[in-house]
Design a protein around this ligand. Structure first.
Ligand SMILES: O=C(O)[C@@H](CO)OP(=O)(O)O
Ligand SMILES: [Mg+2]
Length: 399
């Protein structure tokens, strides 16, 4: 029934206006799935390789499509992803591109779900999934690699930890985003938007903390549930020649650890992603030892959704949370394996978008299917709301 009979690949636009890979997968019994690859700007050094879409498409047509069509079943994700790995032959998908691989992997999953007539989250997670929903971490203010002349810290994220439902959480994050605009306005600060729709004002990081604290408190009061905030520091982007650079100011690794530990206490941060460089397991471990009982210390560029890098983190107590980006590793199978390993060791998984996105909603389904406690997929802007609105629909059983 789910034998793959056709794989089509094309270039479409992503939210930055760059071309990306979209895949259509068809099965013997007429099941259809379509998915597109996202793309990062602050990419980790150890991520799977994204090729220029033209190259990724022609290489996948040559090497992968013949191993899929008439050969594997869309309903058997490990078989599909195994064929993609075999077709590529490298650890990093440098032959067919992680962008082709992830688009095909996700499209096959959707085709498998279509044959069953089941929503994707149920196909991926089984019938007992769909009652628990992730808390959405929403990017409200930011800069770094996602916006010029804005904050050094890449993302200030609203975290509606007390929201009674996923819909309430999604609406609360949008309100925090709107409240931050009001506060900026009151202070006479104009702000463009960064790649993910967050405000990108030319303020220093200290002022951004102030604005976030005020915005989340105001919306929490109004809504009547707890809203905290967190950060993606994208530490690897700040780190150069052995120091962390904040414009003209620099911090040594020890100073950076003290700084982040102080921020966790001062602002009661719910979440800190990539506080340190992507090679610094030791620094991560020290910070986790100091504040890991009060906040999530999450590895993005540190782990790159890779089970070997995650295992090293587990062995060294480097963090207590992992960011999961399917395109960082290339297939849904690999992403699932990372989530399972994380869960087994008490790490919280945060399923994540990329700064370059499409209307694809796979990550919303992945989060529900795996019972992930968090999802990071923006606050406003169509390619972000596509996932947030899909979560609301899943909660209502309306997908
Ligand atoms: O660093 C991150 O977590 C992501 C998404 O917010 O950014 P990018 O996709 O640019 O790597
Ligand atoms: Mg990150």
């Amino acid at each position: 029934m789910t034998l793959i009979t056709s794989v089509r690949l094309r270039r479409i636009l992503d939210s930055r206006g760059n071309p990306t890979v979209e895949a259509d997968v068809l099965t013997e019994s007429g099941g259809f799935g379509r998915a597109a690859a996202p793309s990062g700007a602050s990419t980790g050094e150890y991520e799977a390789i994204e090729l220029p879409p033209n190259e990724a498409i022609s290489a996948a047509r040559k090497h992968a499509v013949p191993r899929l069509v008439g050969e594997v079943h869309a309903g058997n994700q490990r078989e599909v992803d195994g064929a993609l790995r075999a077709a590529d032959g490298t650890d990093s998908f440098s032959e067919i591109g992680a962008n082709s691989a992830v688009a095909i992997s996700m499209a096959a999953a959707k085709a498998g779900a279509d044959v069953l007539g089941a929503p994707l989250y149920q196909h991926l997670g089984g019938t007992f999934r769909g009652d628990n929903f992730p808390i959405p971490l929403g990017n409200v203010v930011g800069g770094g690699e996602h916006a010029k002349d804005a904050t050094h810290i890449q993302e200030f994220l609203a975290a509606p930890v007390g929201a009674p439902s996923v819909a309430e959480a999604v609406f609360a994050n949008a309100e925090v985003h709107a409240k931050a605009a009001d506060i900026l306005d009151d202070r006479g600060i104009s702000a463009a938007k960064g790649d993910e729709g967050a405000w990108a004002p030319a303020v220093d990081d200290a002022e951004a903390f102030d604005i976030m604290a005020e915005a989340v408190d105001a919306v929490a009061d109004d809504r009547g549930f707890e809203i905290k905030f967190g950060l993606d520091m994208a530490g690897a982007e700040l780190f150069e020649d052995g120091e962390y650079h904040y414009g003209d100011e620099t911090k040594s690794t020890d100073e950076q650890i003290d700084y982040v530990a102080g921020l966790v206490d001062d602002y009661d941060l719910a979440y800190v992603e990539d506080p340190l460089d992507e090679d610094d397991y030791e620094g991560f471990a020290e910070l986790t030892d100091r504040v890991g009982d009060k906040t999530l210390i999450c590895g993005d560029d540190l782990f790159v959704t890779n089970v070997e890098r995650l295992q090293e983190g587990i062995d060294t107590d480097a963090a207590n949370s992992i960011l999961i980006k399917p395109n960082q590793i290339g297939t849904l199978t690999d992403a699932f394996d990372a989530i399972e390993l994380a869960t087994e060791h008490g790490y919280d998984s945060v399923i994540s978008h990329r700064s370059g996105e499409t209307e694809d909603t796979t990550i919303a389904h992945l989060a529900v299917a795996t019972d992930a406690p968090f999802i990071k997929t923006g606050t406003v802007q169509g390619e972000r709301t596509a996932k947030l609105n899909e979560l609301i629909r899943i909660a209502e059983d309306a997908v």
